[in-house]
Design a binder for this molecule. Sequence first.
Ligand code: NAG
Ligand code: NAG
Ligand code: NAG
Ligand code: NAG
Ligand code: NAG
Ligand code: NAG
Ligand code: ZN
Length: 933
Amino acid sequence: MGKGYYISKHLATAAMVLAAIALVTIIALSVVYNREKSKNAAKFSKATTLPVFPTPKTSNEPWDKYRLPDTLSPQYYNVTLWPRLVKNANGMYIFTGISGVMFTCEKKTDLILIHSNKLNLTVFKGHHAKLTGLSGVTAPAIKTTWFQSETQYLVIQLEGKLKPGKDYWLYTEFTGELADDLEGFYRSEYMENGEKKIIAITQMQATYARKAFPCFDEPGMKAVFHITLIHDRGTTALSNSQEISKTNNPSLNLGPHNCLTETIFGPTKRMSTYLIAFVVSDFTYIDAKDKKGVLVRIWARKKAIEDRQGDYALNITQPILEFFEKYYNTSYPLSKSDQIALPDFNSGAMENWGLVAYRETALLYDPRTSANGNKQRIVTVVSHELAHMWFGNLVTVKWWNDLWLNEGFASYVEYLGADYAEPTWNMKDQTILYDLQSAFAVDSLTSSHPLSRKEEEVNTPSEISEMFNTISYSKGAAVLKMLSEFLTESVLRIHAVDQTPGIKLPYSVHEIMNRWILQMGFPVVTIDTRTGNVSQKHFLLEPEAVVDRKSEFNYEWFVPIKWMKKGQVQDQLWLLQKSVSKNEWVLANLHVSGYFRVNYDLGNWERLLSQLESNHQVIPVVNRAQILDDAFNLARASIINITLALRTTKYLLHEREYIPWEAALRNLNYFFQLFDRSEVYGAMQAYLKKQVKPLFEYFGTISSNWTTVPSGHTDQFTQIIALSLACSTGVEGCRELTRSWFKKWMQNPPNNAIHPNLRSTVYCNAIAAGGAEEWNFGWQMFQKATVAAEAVKLRSALACTKVPWLLNRYLEYTMNPEKIRKQDATSTIGYIASNIIGQPLAWDFVRANWDYFFKLYGTGSFIFSGLIRDVTYRFCTPFELSQLKRFQKDNAETGFGSGTQALQQAIEKTTAKIKWLEGNKEPVLQWFLSESA
Ligand SMILES: *[C@@H]1O[C@H](CO)[C@@H](O)[C@H](O)[C@H]1NC(C)=O
Ligand SMILES: *[C@@H]1O[C@H](CO)[C@@H](O)[C@H](O)[C@H]1NC(C)=O
Ligand SMILES: *[C@@H]1O[C@H](CO)[C@@H](O)[C@H](O)[C@H]1NC(C)=O
Ligand SMILES: *[C@@H]1O[C@H](CO)[C@@H](O)[C@H](O)[C@H]1NC(C)=O
Ligand SMILES: *[C@@H]1O[C@H](CO)[C@@H](O)[C@H](O)[C@H]1NC(C)=O
Ligand SMILES: *[C@@H]1O[C@H](CO)[C@@H](O)[C@H](O)[C@H]1NC(C)=O
Ligand SMILES: [Zn+2]
């Protein structure tokens, strides 16, 4: 699933060759360390004192185990499904289906376990399935069948044994509900020209294929699928493969069949069940053929395609496919590539093989209303999903414990593909914001976990969905990026640079990588320029935290350090051992290619700060951002003084680049959240107002008093920061601007003259400053929006109001799918929680309705971690901590599903903040007071 540089042509090719080397290594690595893990299994289990997940209930019965036995292996399925897009007599939307699977018996057994969830299976002669032998083999008779609901199996016990090496055919007929639950085969509704439309779509990852038809639902159980869909004439059916025939009024043994069409799809490649997809809709498409004749289509609502919202996606798909063909040195594996934008979709996107599904905001671009940030999201998500067509779909991890390889790799190469499609956008530099720094934030907690988990640690659907987290995606990407960067120079060096006295040096790539993959966390490297000493330490935000999880590597890493001395790039070293004379500065982790933080002796910090203030451009852009982020986090961990961190923001007076400003903003936002209920707030506002004023004026000037936007892609992002920070700190003229733009729009709604880039900021500020009138106008515009990107801007801006009853009403709306789509409910609550007035309201709301959400989304849903993170983000008082613990206790029985870790993290973060505030609030206040005077 998908989760949000300029480089010359010949450089791009060079990067590609190097990347290809890295790819081979990564694949080799995955094989090697799988072996490594099983070798170390015994050692590991002794070392691990506290498993993160509760161990599954132990039972000797195979049907109580979440993993399938290795007795049977599926070869191919024939599946026919018929979704009904109108309610049946009981007021229910349903689908019916027939499915057969040919499997080979691998080991003698009298038991068949096959996944089946929420399906009503037809009974034949007292049993829920029919079994026959193929090629003249006689199948044993069925003794009994039943459902094991905990493990989601149809259990079939046989009178006799299946024979190894023989093939059998298992046949079922069934009915399922076409619910609006966003899982398995489900329905989505939307309005078009005042008419309610219904479509049938799928989301199988991770464990929902079993809700569409009985199947061996594990990623390693690959098979070929022959799929047939029955649907109303006039609608279109899509699946992973190209359709091979379409018959009107087919003769069916499924019931009455007037006005129906039967669409038969060609056999798929051997593939995993989680990548299966079906769609029945009246969507339309635009298409193109790529150079090799692969059919590329973009599907969406008719109106969206008519408005040309699919054009951008179609434009970039071809270069991205071309890029990955070269990158993997493998042709695109299928004959067609469909991408479809869905009005209701839980994740950002899903890499179904040959039929990728997206939220509308991740695929549709409307130049009149979409911001350039929306465009960037589209190119990165499309690139991510298309990268999976090879890595993930063609080559697949055996089990979900290795999900990080799949997702980390796609999250890393998505920037390479996006960079190829949009070479002027500085995409590769932005990875430090979207992967490295977000991974650091969770990987510096004791509740973090290693990239790779032991296979037996991941069993239940909620344990599986919990794997779809920041560690798998973002840390995975950052670590793979580091690997590819050090390999470029040093495959040889790793073997050559061996024993320097006193320092341990790496032996092999996999030895190095094991430390990053098999143990959680990352180091802070401290460079003391007085002595030349370099040391490392496990970086934890809470300095006194005790790590439960033992590591066989003692939390030491092999750290590749690229560095710079007084503006000169130095050779990469594995550990730095050079003394540096007093008045030179050194900068380590050059270009932020490594996954670690850096600290220096005070003298070097001072020299870096004065370099930043005198001429910041000597230091690369991404390093300026990283100095800020490292300093603030080192201060949060009480490793350096907070006033030192605050001083890294002083040079921002001269900074005009996006990445450092964004890094600063994130860290300052954290401060806002800590202090906006205290007396520090005023002084902080005054200081930031002073810092952002030049940026605001600069953009006012270059944009002709805010009537145009800058041409540079990331400059457009910086312009947004300038406006939003200037308005929130009260820079003169800012709020007047946004209010007047919004007012003009309210006076003439069909004509919205606010530039799409600036809309989020303008809407939020105007609604925050206004009352019910502004809010209701925003709500009306939200309901009328035909472009999803515009709807999101309004939906988040509506959470900016300061009026409690409006916020409470808005919270209520999240429980009504007619008002807020189910896919958007939890993110809306998150927006409300980020508002100082909304936070306590959202927290009460979530606490009061936890059971309801849990039932609504199902225990396997991955939304809970985001929900918990968002509503607890501001917590920093002992009272709030006690509420959190209370919440944990009160709902222990219902559980927290994918939010289990997030809750643990929230408790840990709140505890750390309380402690930190004790010693730091006063110096922070004093510093802001002195700097804003
Ligand atoms: C499954 O479908 C394929 C393709 O239509 C067909 O050739 C095959 O005979 C079917 N298998 C069974 C057992 O019905
Ligand atoms: C399946 O059977 C149960 C129990 O009889 C019934 O409540 C449910 O509505 C059925 N579902 C479908 C989709 O027919
Ligand atoms: C798509 O490409 C065409 C041809 O290069 C171009 O004219 C059009 O503006 C592009 N559309 C978008 C939305 O980028
Ligand atoms: C793979 O690489 C070889 C050697 O460079 C080249 O001849 C071949 O065309 C490449 N294949 C693809 C699909 O890019
Ligand atoms: C941090 O520095 C400030 C000002 O230099 C000083 O007053 C304060 O005591 C220092 N705090 C700590 C914890 O060392
Ligand atoms: C910029 O625009 C604002 C509002 O549209 C106006 O009040 C102000 O005078 C303009 N400033 C300049 C320098 O033109
Ligand atoms: Zn993915």
